[in-house]
Design a protein around this ligand. Sequence first.
Ligand SMILES: Cc1cc2nc3c(=O)[nH]c(=O)nc-3n(C[C@H](O)[C@H](O)[C@H](O)COP(=O)(O)OP(=O)(O)OC[C@H]3O[C@@H](n4cnc5c(N)ncnc54)[C@H](O)[C@@H]3O)c2cc1C
Length: 403
Amino acid sequence: MSATDQQHIDFDNTQVAFAYRSNTELKKAYYMFKMLGYPSLVNLGKKVLIPAIEWGLPLQGLVKVTVFQQFCGGETVEESNDVIDRIKGYGVKAILDYSVEGNENEEEFEKATTKLLKTVRMAETQLAIPFAVFKVTALCRHELLEKKSKNVSLSYEEEQEWTRVKQRVMRICEAGAKNEFPVMIDAEESWIQGGIDELCEEMMARFNKEKPLIYNTVQMYRHDRLDYLKSLYERAKKEKYFLGIKVVRGAYMEKERERAEEMGYPSPIQLDKAASDRDYDKAIEFIIDHINDISLVAGTHNEASSKHLVDLMEAKELLPNDERIYFSQLYGMSDNLSFNLAHAGYNVVKYLPFGPVKEVLPYLIRRAEENTSVKGQTGRELALIQAELKRRKKEKPLMKEMP
Ligand SMILES: Cc1cc2nc3c(=O)[nH]c(=O)nc-3n(C[C@H](O)[C@H](O)[C@H](O)COP(=O)(O)OP(=O)(O)OC[C@H]3O[C@@H](n4cnc5c(N)ncnc54)[C@H](O)[C@@H]3O)c2cc1C
């Protein structure tokens, strides 16, 4: 397909969106999203699940066949291969996301580094996995990142600790970069993001000389991030390296606002959703205007934002499969965007979390909360699944269910 000959994308096409799911899976997803529509149920789950599993109550099996199956690839890299193969058949790629959170000591940080190196090495060998990703908090204490972000001077021991963090980040980035395999770094809370940005920028300056191999993430729910993106571009130009940028709205809004209020500083979050949407669009426009220097991963479930990026690409006559531009959604969410975009020839990659059930629970709870709190998201998922089940019933009422 040429750049001027792009297809109309119908995000309501449920046949394309759910072709990879059987009837049974769709029905299960339907009941699960229905459950997530009850905030009190999600709240209860949040309060009792983690302690119950810690007390040894046998609830892991239940979690595994419900929310875990909807949002995760498996407990291990190997277990996740099934999903990777399945979505690959529909042109959608995967990013293995080791979703274990809350590491607190050196032993856990080293374990996470080894695990992440394994995902980088495994991913390099598979065309269906175009990126690796990690969170710096899997490798470093929150308090240390906070000190770095505040520019507080570190003690001798802390300096040593920071050197070890840098070495871990470096090992992962280097493992990807030496085989030209891109590595993305997630954005986290604003009070630790300064330290994360510092690490990212150092890695980009080091490994992005020829092409963008290390990606930082900008959260457009922060009112200062458009300026950050522009100043980062100026620095990269001056120091002669490429930028890789994942653009998202941001996942920690409530926490950010609560902390700012509690501690009495101005909230870093935009005044309203419209301001986040506006800056999201502006960030995408800025990157597309500088696409020769900046590669983009658009991490969003927002249809208007995805459509806006398609329009910008068309206006610039960029091919849908331009390797510098990826659309990205989380596994288990917004399949109508991912699979319809891939069907129309765009590059699409799903974040595919994996890890032991008990350890990915905080991630799952965040997904559950997001689906309860993001206005309309659960309703949208439910309506799409319902439409597809209805369509299938009408199409083949007498046929046995799809495998
Ligand atoms: C592939 C992928 C990777 C991601 N990586 C990261 C990451 O590294 N770091 C991270 O923090 N998040 C990350 N996220 C999550 C992301 O930041 C959003 O929380 C989530 O995608 C919802 O935003 P949206 O653009 O999809 O949808 P929308 O429903 O359009 O937007 C919801 C988002 O808008 C913002 N918002 C809502 N209400 C308001 C308000 N009143 N005022 C201001 N802003 C508001 C919030 O950010 C909220 O999450 C990622 C998401 C995806 C899909």
